[in-house]
Ligand binder design. Structure first.
Ligand code: SF4
Ligand SMILES: [Zn+2]
Length: 371
């Protein structure tokens, strides 16, 4: 990746700006980050080396634009047209623009922008639900060829599924906040957005834990040097069609412990086989039921991204369906929550066997009156 900072300095406008790293870095050398000034790198995309070749080449990867300011800042209105000219000239590069000012986009594009330029990706940040609901509708309405979303620092739970459902968002990145005074980031928020991305087939990256990371109700202080590697190790990043979630290390619950937890759940313990279900089980025999369970698991849960996930299991009509609700094997989110099998990957043969065994076990216990 290459970085092009045509100007430097910015104005805080959003809760995500509170601990802005530009302010922090400038402050540490006695510089005022609120002063916006053109940099010596303003014309970087057109600059050439001694042999007359462009200094920025496509081989360097995407050009991250305006990383120490905001491309749509009012103070830069006079300099931006020159940037668009350079971007227009360098169609061989990919420009990547991250902004907290997406609402200024329409008044800031050049006259020949049309329905967007193929080599420009525009990325709106949204750190909380309010910013998400304000900015993503704007991002979706604008003529942009490539749209992405960044929730970093993520400051609260965010539901963005209805925006992902449009199919217009190409990537979502989440992460916590780093530096002194960092606000906490809860792993549950990350997982929820990830699940939404999986359901909608949108690539997802968990970029960094941040300095204050909350997992299962416990707060961890994470060293700067470990924040990115810890996020990577969690295996949460998701690329559709690659089995990327296979990277998540997990352990299946012990059967006795699982059944004990299920008994304590008011919702799960409500499910029981009907007289008709019991008659069906005794007529077919448990081996045949195990075979049907395996088929149902493969068909309704086995895919990386099962159709209608979350709603694919009827409440009744087959003893296996009832067993699925009773044992939290009804959808991939429940499989992840109760059985730790990550969503966003096809089930392996061993995982399918495990699920079919849990279902058969429950049905046997139920018919023997001890589920
Ligand atoms: S918009 Fe970005 S660069 Fe500007 S103050 Fe906020 S966080 Fe910092
Ligand atoms: Zn479920």
């Amino acid at each position: 990746m290459a970085i092009w900072n045509p100007w430097h300095g910015c104005r805080k406008i959003s809760p995500g700006c509170a601990n802005c790293y530009v302010y922090r870095r400038d402050g540490s050398v006695g510089k005022d980050a609120s002063v916006v000034a053109k940099t010596g790198d303003y014309d970087l995309p057109l600059r050439r080396d001694r042999r007359g070749e462009y200094k920025l080449t496509a081989g360097q990867g995407a050009v991250f634009t305006c990383m120490t300011s905001d491309f749509f800042l009012e103070e830069a209105d006079g300099w931006r047209p020159g940037c668009w000219d350079m971007i227009r000239t360098r169609r061989d590069l990919r420009f990547y623009i991250i902004t907290k000012r997406i609402e200024r986009f329409a008044q800031c594009v050049p006259p020949d922008w049309g329905d967007g330029w193929e080599h420009v990706t525009v990325c709106s940040t949204c750190e909380d639900q309010e910013r998400t609901d304000r900015r993503l509708p704007v991002l979706l309405e604008l003529p942009i060829r490539h749209r992405q979303v960044v929730s970093e620092p993520m400051l609260g739970a965010i539901d963005m599924e209805k925006y992902l459902a449009t199919g217009l968002i190409e990537h979502v990145t989440c992460g916590g906040e780093s530096g002194p005074g960092a606000r906490p980031c809860d792993f549950r928020w990350i997982r929820e957005v990830r699940r939404e991305c999986i359901r909608r087939g949108v690539p997802f990256t968990f970029k960094q834990t941040g300095a204050v990371f909350v997992k299962d109700g416990r707060t961890y202080r994470i060293d700067r040097k470990d924040q990115m590697s810890q996020a990577r190790k969690s295996g949460m990043s998701y690329v559709p069609g690659t089995g990327s979630a296979d990277a998540i290390a997990y352990r299946l619950p012990e059967r006795a412990d699982l059944f004990a937890r299920l008994r304590r759940s008011e919702f799960r313990s409500r499910f029981h086989l009907s007289a008709k279900d019991r008659a069906y089980v005794s007529e077919k025999g448990i081996a045949a039921i195990r075979g049907q369970a395996a088929e149902i698991v493969e068909k309704r849960l086995g895919a990386e991204n099962p159709e209608n996930d979350g709603k694919q299991t009827p409440m009744r009509g087959h003893p296996v369906f009832v067993a699925q609700h009773a044992t939290a094997c009804c959808c991939r989110a429940c499989l992840e929550k109760w059985h730790h099998i990550p969503a966003g990957k096809a089930l392996t043969a061993a995982e399918r066997d495990y699920v079919a065994d849990v279902l058969t076990d429950w049905i046997e216990r139920e018919t023997a009156g001890k589920a």
